[in-house]
Design a binder for this molecule. Structure first.
Ligand code: ATP
Ligand code: NCN
Length: 194
């Protein structure tokens, strides 16, 4: 089976993530896309990330209506910092025979050579770099046979912007799914200092 892997901090998950995953699923004929919320993302250390359980549950709420979308706890249940090389190894062990397609936005793709064990990553999965408003999408010397570039509908949304809006008392309706708006409100997320 062809398995998409959408890794992210998802603090919170928004329609940019969902549209990118849906588009890649359809265009590449993926059987399933598994969303994998990070445990401790080591390249976002400049700010306090919300507890993993909140980010996991928001991702479950956001993906529940799509029969092709699932959510994995592999990264949040593994101790220590989150590295994609571990994510992909764990998913390969859990899903023997699955062909993996790691989906990543243009911003994350540009950083990939700085990721842990970068030279091993391309042997574990194919990488699908998707367009994202404000970022240039280019292969940057990555192995052409393992990296696909994919244009997706432009969604000028970021989790940072969603958090800042909540903090400022501005709406996030239609930037994130309705259930995520309600989850943020119920659990008083993003109200304090950045
Ligand atoms: N609007 C978007 N369009 C396309 N890809 C996106 C978009 N937003 C995020 N992504 C991609 O989804 C993955 C997970 O992103 P992440 O959870 O860090 O969201 P973010 O909006 O970039 O968060 P933050 O603003 O907190 O940095 C990354 O590969 C990122 O490039
Ligand atoms: O493996 C690494 O070293 C690594 C470094 C930075 C980001 N990643 C992964 O890239 C995905 C998007 O990360 P982020 O920080 O943009 O939410 C997520 O699955 C992270 O685990 C992975």
């Amino acid at each position: 089976m062809r398995l998409g892997v959408m890794g992210g901090t998802f603090d919170p998950v928004h329609h940019g993530h969902l549209v990118a995953a849906s588009e890649v699923q359809a265009l590449l004929g993926l059987d399933e896309v598994v969303f994998v919320p990070t445990g401790q993302p080591w390249q976002k250390e400049e700010r306090e990330v919300s507890p993993a359980e909140h980010r996991y549950l928001m991702t479950v709420v956001a993906t529940a209506s799509n029969p092709r979308f699932t959510v994995s706890r592999v990264d949040i249940d593994r101790a220590g910092l989150t590295y994609t090389v571990d994510t992909l190894r764990d998913l390969r062990a859990q899903r023997p025979g699955a062909e993996l397609f790691f989906i990543t936005g243009a911003d994350a793709l540009a950083q990939i050579l700085s990721w842990k064990d970068a030279d091993e990553l391309f042997g574990l999965a194919r990488f699908v770099g998707v367009t994202r408003p404000g970022y240039e999408l280019s292969e940057l010397g990555l192995p052409a046979d393992r990296v696909t570039l994919q244009e997706v509908p432009a969604m000028a949304i970021s989790s940072t912007d969603c958090r800042e809006r909540v903090r400022a008392g501005e709406p996030v309706w239609y930037l994130v799914p309705d259930g995520v708006v309600q989850y943020i409100s119920k659990h008083h997320l993003y109200r304090g200092a950045p």
